[in-house]
Ligand binder design. Structure first.
Ligand code: 5RP
Length: 225
């Protein structure tokens, strides 16, 4: 199985996971990226079984609409049972690095609202220690240099992702060369830097369910409360 087939397999597993819980009034949170895209394409086959979706990016909103799935503003949604999204890295505690697609802030907002965050990933994303994938940090443009200097003090090497503007009009600094042994602590430290909008560390709000695809099938990990 190639990587796309693994992504497709975990997307299908997420569909199977949520399907029994869907009701005509259900709204589903939908993430961003190639794995999430496989999920969207499969979700479209069930579009008459639920009310619609909240998108974590403009790109996802567009794809959902192309499939005829109605896209709701998060502010008008009372309840979000599920949020389904991919990740750039995940560990056994279901803590994640996200934001390779620069959608981290909206992803974190939708994940915060959802009762159950289902992360879908192929097994190349599973690591013992987070940080090999450069940690994306969304930053207010005028604070870019200041935030980069502060991130340097945390021990990493921030690199400006040139040519990328987020859906929120901000820029991304990718923090290289970090061995993230305390994801919750680092998330808190980065959040405290003035000018940071959001980091791609999902440790304070990790995934609740992780569906990992490998050539042996899809493994389901559930976070212990
Ligand atoms: C986008 C993300 C994605 O979930 C992450 O980059 C994984 O993407 P892919 O499914 O294409 O590997 O966080 O901001």
């Amino acid at each position: 199985m190639n990587q796309d087939q693994l992504k497709q397999a975990v997307a299908k597993a997420a569909i199977d996971y949520i399907l029994p819980h869907l009701e005509p009034r259900s709204i589903i949170g939908v993430g961003t990226g190639s794995t999430a895209n496989f999920f969207i394409d499969l979700l479209a086959e069930h579009k008459y079984d639920f009310a619609g979706a909240v998108a974590s990016s403009e790109a996802t909103a567009e794809r959902l609409k192309q499939h005829g799935i109605s896209v709701h503003n998060l502010n008008s949604v009372q309840e979000l049972e599920f949020y389904v999204d991919g990740a750039d890295e995940c560990n056994k505690h279901l803590e994640l690095i996200k934001g390779g697609g620069a959608a981290l802030t909206r992803e974190k907002i939708v994940a915060a609202v959802a009762k159950t965050f289902i992360c879908i990933a192929d097994d190349s994303k599973k690591v013992a220690v987070l940080g090999e994938f450069p940690l994306p940090v969304e930053v207010i443009p005028m604070a870019r240099s200041y935030v980069a200097r502060e991130l340097l003090k945390l021990g990493g090497d921030p690199v400006y992702r040139t040519g990328v503007v987020t859906d929120n009009g901000n820029v991304i600094l990718d923090l290289h060369n970090m061995q993230i042994t305390d994801p919750r602590g680092l998330e808190e430290q980065i959040n405290a830097i003035t000018g940071v909008v959001c980091s791609g560390l999902f440790a304070q709000r990790p995934a609740d369910v992780l569906l990992i695809g490998s050539k042996n099938g899809v493994e389901t990990l559930v976070r212990k409360p």
